[in-house]
Design a protein around this ligand. Sequence first.
Ligand code: SF4
Ligand code: FES
Length: 141
Amino acid sequence: MEREIVKEYSNGELTVVWKPKKCIHAAECVKALPEVYKPKEKPWIQAENATTDELKAQIEKCPSGALSYYIEGEETQEAVALETKVEVLENGPLLVYGTLKVTDKDGNTETKNKTTAFCRCGESKNKPYCDGAHVKAGFMG
Ligand code: SF4
Ligand code: FES
């Protein structure tokens, strides 16, 4: 299996965790905190330009789980058992919230936490999950 790419950016207190392969739309986060997310610069996430509360509020809105965070010195939080909820993202994936046990077409089982984005457009290279391909494919629905 391919190793997932994970990058971390800290503001000294909170560390932003970024998993590029999970991102499902281009730049919602950039719209919310342009002083932090600068796609044209390196590093593209400049966590020190926002407060811990600002970062928390914005990261909790990332629907794909591409962005997450942890606080320095705090135990990594175990996934809180959430109510299972399903939501259709217009022109994008099906979002399922909650702890899920997903079995793929080959019978492999994986546990997913928090938010899982399932491909609705058929173009994902990482089915059954969304990999952002719907944007390029111009999927409508
Ligand atoms: S999925 Fe998350 S990381 Fe990707 S653009 Fe949307 S908010 Fe940003
Ligand atoms: S819905 Fe996102 S790749 Fe298909």
